[in-house]
Ligand binder design. Structure first.
Ligand SMILES: Nc1ncnc2c1ncn2[C@@H]1O[C@H](COP(=O)(O)OP(=O)(O)OP(=O)(O)O)[C@@H](O)[C@H]1O
Ligand SMILES: [Mg+2]
Length: 252
């Protein structure tokens, strides 16, 4: 018999995190189902990284309930590779010894098997970030936490990385929380989008735009406008000829 209420991958209730006299997260509620891809938007300083760090157990909370799977990994904006280890050793760094075959498979998935024996310093920014992704996926996480993983990349590399992450997540099916400033990125990739503002999620809704998602699709545009509105940003008109486009939230 199937369980009518399957266990979610993430369950957060009444989460509170205070720095000084400011509650950065307050009464925050979030569920992520197994295999679900959630994108989290929010202005700079709204608490996105704080939430992600709590889910990754890199930081504690000041109140509330947080349930996450044991197997979880984080990818940050910068790849954070160990410079004194070659690429393959970086990918397998958290695995028991003798797992090179797993590492090579993960490198092949991100298209970098030929760089297994290279030093991190010889990689481009996009390649280094793909190594960081391979290092995260090789551990077969149930929860993948991505904190602006494409933000430091040029626009074209960024689009390619988005496709790669989408493809790998559909294949491996971890629950995903992607923190991003980029509304188009969120709508392109996510099953659900949430907006963090004033300590809680003021928006949390499924993305119903048909896949493959086209930024020119009216449903895509309508959701983009609504999200920018929730973020307090005025939507710029869409110019399909100026691809690739990014819609970013400014610093308040
Ligand atoms: N360890 C800390 N001590 C004190 N204040 C902190 C600490 N960590 C975060 N903050 C504050 O909490 C707020 C939220 O920070 P956080 O890094 O979560 O924002 P963010 O939404 O990720 O922003 P950005 O989009 O710029 O990355 C900020 O005002 C920040 O200064
Ligand atoms: Mg942040």
């Amino acid at each position: 018999m199937t369980d009518p209420t399957p266990r979610p991958a993430v369950r957060v209730r009444a989460l509170r995190r205070v720095f000084g006299d400011r509650a950065v997260l307050d009464s925050l509620r979030l569920d992520i189902a197994r295999g679900e891809f959630v994108a989290l938007l929010g202005a700079s300083g709204s608490g996105k990284t704080t939430l992600l760090r709590i889910l990754g157990a890199l930081d504690g909370a000041d109140g509330g309930e947080v349930l996450v799977p044991e197997a979880r990994t984080v990818v940050f904006q910068e790849p954070r590779l160990v410079p004194s280890k070659k690429v393959l050793a970086n990918v397998t760094v958290a695995l028991p010894r003798g797992r090179s075959a797993h590492g090579l498979r993960a490198l092949a998935e991100v298209g970098l098997e030929r760089h297994a024996d290279a030093w991190p310093a010889t990689l481009s920014g996009g390649e280094a970030q793909r190594v960081a992704l391979a290092r995260a996926l090789v551990r077969e996480p149930e929860l993948l936490l991505l904190d602006e993983p494409f933000a430091a990349l040029d626009a074209l590399t960024r689009l390619k990385m988005q496709d790669l992450v989408g493809e790998l997540c559909r294949k491996h099916r971890p629950a995903v929380l992607l923190v991003t400033h980029d509304v188009d990125e969120a709508v392109r990739l996510a099953d659900r989008v949430a907006v963090l503002r004033d300590g809680r999620l003021i928006t949390d809704e499924p993305v119903t735009v048909d896949r493959p998602r086209d930024p020119g699709d009216p449903a895509f545009g309508a959701l983009r406008r609504r999200l920018l509105d929730d973020l307090g940003v005025e939507a710029a008109p869409h110019h399909p000829s100026n691809a690739p486009e990014r819609t970013e939230v400014g610093v308040i």
